[in-house]
Write a protein that binds this ligand. Structure first.
Ligand SMILES: NC(=O)c1ccc[n+]([C@@H]2O[C@H](COP(=O)([O-])OP(=O)(O)OC[C@H]3O[C@@H](n4cnc5c(N)ncnc54)[C@H](OP(=O)(O)O)[C@@H]3O)[C@@H](O)[C@H]2O)c1
Length: 265
């Protein structure tokens, strides 16, 4: 157990993405990571898949740094297994507050992280919020770990719901926009595959360009006087696209807050 620097509880989609990102960026070596799963067969399978150590209950109980990446509803069962006064905890469970985690695991050294879908591609937008009791080393480890799967934003924990509303749910909103753009192309006579491809290329180019320009600047550059883009923008304004997207983020934020309350966090 001595060489293990991070115990991962819940190496599923998100836990697995963080694990792979950490290995890829060589933030941690395979022999510094351990995985826990209550089912021994599944545990062996996961350890083999990622080439890291399989932790038994005892090893997990003594882990000094734990990444909680199970579903929030599994946390009740996991908490007694990891509870340890001096350990440091990193959680990416949506809707479970840092104080709730601290209460259940018996340690105040808790940092919450909220990654998004981009993590599996190394382009996550991850929010981090630490309890004041987390040490400088805990914070630095969290920044490094999540820095391996994308960009890190240190925010107040009460902004996690807003972060979820925009960065967490945003990919779904943009996917709807992509689908609708493709529908527009089909309506204008393009075949479906071409239209879908064009919509994707447009989003790709736009996101690259937005790395160096503000959205308004890009819009102004494309929309020349009396041209096609400004005609389309007029239509977007008539149909209140801006209002729809602002409202989508707001509704998603409110839903994230309501779900946290339901979980009693
Ligand atoms: N996916 C996202 O985009 C995203 C974004 C932000 C935050 N999150 C948070 O990340 C967490 C995990 O989500 P996910 O999408 O990665 O779900 P997931 O793919 O279902 O991963 C959960 C993993 O935990 C394992 N597991 C279940 N019970 C366990 C236990 N008692 N001990 C150890 N491992 C256990 C599951 O194993 P089995 O496969 O055998 O069931 C599974 O591999 C959630 O709390 C979610 O709120 C997810």
């Amino acid at each position: 157990m001595s060489g293990i620097r991070l115990a991962i509880v819940g190496a599923g989609k998100m836990g697995g993405a963080v694990l792979q990102g950490a290995l890829r960026a060589e933030v941690l070596q395979p022999d510094e990571i351990g995985i826990y799963h209550p089912n021994p067969r599944r545990l062996a399978e996961l350890a083999e898949r990622y080439g890291v150590a399989a932790l038994d209950d005892d090893a997990l109980h003594h882990a000094e740094r734990v990444l909680l990446a199970v579903k929030p509803q599994s946390f009740e069962g996991v908490a007694p297994l990891v509870a340890q006064r001096n350990a440091s905890f990193l959680s990416l469970m949506a809707g479970v507050t840092a104080r709730t985690i601290a209460r259940r695991v018996g340690s105040q050294r808790v940092i919450r992280a909220m990654p998004n879908l981009g993590a599996s591609l190394g382009i996550s937008a991850t929010a981090l919020a630490a309890l004041p009791e987390a040490t400088a080393e805990d914070r630095s480890m969290a920044r490094t770990l999540f820095g391996a799967v994308g960009r890190v934003y240190e925010v107040r924990e009460d902004l996690f719901d807003a972060f979820t509303g925009l960065a967490g749910s945003g990919p779904a909103f943009v996917a709807v926009v992509a689908e609708a753009l493709a529908d527009g192309g089909v309506r204008a006579g393009l075949d479906r595959d071409t239209a879908r491809d064009l919509a994707r290329q447009v989003l790709l180019a736009t996101s690259r360009l937005l790395e160096t320009k503000r959205p308004g600047e890009l819009k102004d550059e494309v929309a020349s006087a009396g041209g096609t883009a400004i005609a389309g923008i007029r239509a977007l304004e008539r149909h209140r696209l801006r209002f729809a997207l602002i409202d989508a983020v707001e509704q998603a934020t409110e839903r994230a807050a309501a779900l946290s309350e339901e979980d009693g966090a």
